[in-house]
Each structure stands twice: as structure tokens, then as C-alpha cells.
Design a protein around this ligand. Structure first.
Ligand code: HEC
Length: 251
């Protein structure tokens, strides 16, 4: 009897271990990015949001391409990375409040709504909120996958252009770490995987992408263009493999 209970409880424990727990990023964020980088990325996206809601016309154009949603998704991921970062005190705002405001903004449909919600993000970013946001968040709920892919795509093009001469290595390195942080959300959001047998491949490719982009950021900072190129090529192979073998499977 005792043995049966033991076996059952062992089974229960191992089943529990198989369940994904996305309350925390799958890799420690400190190994990927500094708080300064994360804050710089949030600052630049807040500037972008300000332009996006500068007028009803500007908003209409950008909303059509779901760009407000995209920028807000990036802010949410960077903010959650700060929440989980041991140096989070370096940020002069409550990162969890910024994250929650950004997630709310993603759903904005009208110019009025977006203007109001961008205001909420800015208040949180200015550090005037109470800090009531919880520290736990599910990484698969911070950004939409399609928007994240567009962000990855656009930034990859920017990175490719800068790699030739590397005029601003710090900026390019930040592009790389931003993509590596987004890859945490990619790993967590497996809803596009229709065949459970492909879950390990999804994980393998998103982890591969993240690790290559993290290593690339280091090579870029050291101005080692050859090494940076190697990591970039390997990272991009993960994109293609995932699209061919998972996204477009059966199409
Ligand atoms: C682990 C799997 C995986 C990796 C790695 C991956 N993608 Fe994707 N990608 C997807 C899936 C799934 C979709 C469909 C998502 C959707 O439409 O919601 C997608 C969609 C896209 C889209 C279309 C977005 C849209 O508007 O719906 C682009 C562009 C894209 N990916 C670019 C990239 C680039 C560039 C990389 C690498 C630098 C990359 N992806 C890496 C799985 C992946």
C-alpha cells in the first residue's frame, strides 16, 4: 500500500514537472540583457507610441498595420524582463505597472482609447503609479505572436544593414538583446503548434534563436563582425526551419 502511494505521488510529481509553468521566463533575464538596455528599449518604444497617437490621421494609418499593438507588446516583454531582473531597482518606474498598462494598450481600437491608454503607459513610465502590478506574469500573454514576428522581421533587417560596418555597436547589440528577450515570449507561446509531437521542436528552435541572438549581442559589442555574422546566420536558420516545419506544416 505504502509503495502504491509512493508510486502514485511520484507519478503526480513527474506529471506536474511536465506542465509548462510560464510564470517566469525560461532563462534568467540577467543572462540576456541589462536593465539599462531594457529601459532604453522601453524609452524608444514610448517615443514611437507618442508619434503613433500624435493625430487621428497618424493613428488611423499605424492602427491599420497593428503597429500600436506591436510596440505595446515589445514594451510589455521588456517591462516583465525588468520585473524579473536582479537589478530592477535601476529602473525609475514600477516595471509591472508599465507592463500592465502596455498589455491594456494592445487592445485599443479607437484613437480616443489609444490616446488615453498611451497616457496610462506614460504615467507608469514616469514612475507616478503606485506599484500595484503583480510581479508574476505569463510570458505567452504579453505580446501577440504575429506582432512579435513582425517586430523580429523589421529589426532583423535593421541588424543586417548595420552588420556591414557596425557604425553603432551598442544600438545593434540592443537590437539583438531585444530579440532575445522576445524569444522568451516565443518559447512560451506554443499555441501555433497544432501537433503536440512538435512541441519539443518549437522549444528547440526558439531556444536556439534566443541563444544565438544573445551570443550575437556580445560579439557585436566586441565589434567582432565575423562572429556576429555567424550567430546571425545560425539564428536565421531557426526562423526558416520553424516556418517550414511547424508554421507551414500541412499547408
Ligand atoms: C519557433 C518558431 C518560429 C521561429 C524561430 C520564428 N518564427 Fe516567424 N512565425 C512563426 C509562426 C508560428 C508564425 C505565424 C504567427 C501568426 O501569424 O500569428 C510566424 C510568422 C512570421 C511572420 C508573419 C507575421 C504576421 O504578420 O503574421 C514573419 C514576418 C516572421 N514570422 C518572421 C520571422 C523571422 C524573421 C524569424 C527569425 C529572425 C522568425 N520569424 C522566427 C514561428 C516562428
Amino acid at each position: 500500500m505504502c509503495r502504491l502511494i509512493l508510486t502514485l505521488s511520484l507519478l503526480a510529481t513527474s506529471a506536474w514537472c511536465l506542465l509548462p509553468a510560464w510564470g517566469e521566463a525560461p532563462q534568467k533575464v540577467v543572462e540576456i540583457a541589462t536593465v539599462d538596455d531594457l529601459v532604453a528599449e522601453i524609452n524608444s518604444k514610448i517615443e514611437l507610441l507618442t508619434q503613433q497617437v500624435a493625430s487621428a490621421d497618424a493613428f488611423a494609418k499605424t492602427h491599420e498595420k497593428k503597429e500600436v499593438n506591436q510596440a505595446a507588446g515589445v514594451i510589455a516583454c521588456m517591462a516583465q524582463a525588468i520585473v524579473e531582473h536582479p537589478d530592477k531597482a535601476k529602473a525609475k518606474f514600477h516595471a509591472a505597472d508599465v507592463r500592465d498598462a502596455a498589455v491594456a494598450l494592445r487592445a485599443a481600437k479607437t484613437f480616443e482609447e489609444a490616446t488615453k491608454l498611451v497616457g496610462v503607459v506614460k504615467d507608469a513610465h514616469a514612475g507616478t503609479t503606485s506599484g500595484s502590478g503583480k510581479s508574476e506574469a505569463e510570458w505567452n500573454k504579453l505580446t501577440s505572436q504575429g506582432r512579435m514576428m513582425e517586430e523580429i522581421n523589421g529589426r532583423s533587417a535593421t541588424i543586417r544593414r548595420s552588420l556591414r560596418r557596425l557604425p553603432k555597436p551598442d544600438e545593434t547589440a540592443r537590437d539583438c538583446t531585444t530579440l532575445a528577450i522576445l524569444a522568451l515570449a516565443m518559447e512560451a507561446d506554443t499555441h501555433e503548434v497544432k501537433d503536440p509531437a512538435q512541441l519539443p521542436l518549437w522549444k528547440e528552435l526558439s531556444v536556439k534563436y534566443r541563444l544565438e541572438m544573445t551570443a550575437m549581442a556580445k560579439a557585436v559589442r566586441a565589434k567582432d563582425t565575423a562572429k556576429a555574422n555567424e550567430h546571425f546566420t545560425a539564428a536565421n536558420a531557426a526562423c526558416n526551419k520553424c516556418h517550414e516545419q511547424i508554421r507551414d506544416k500541412g499547408k
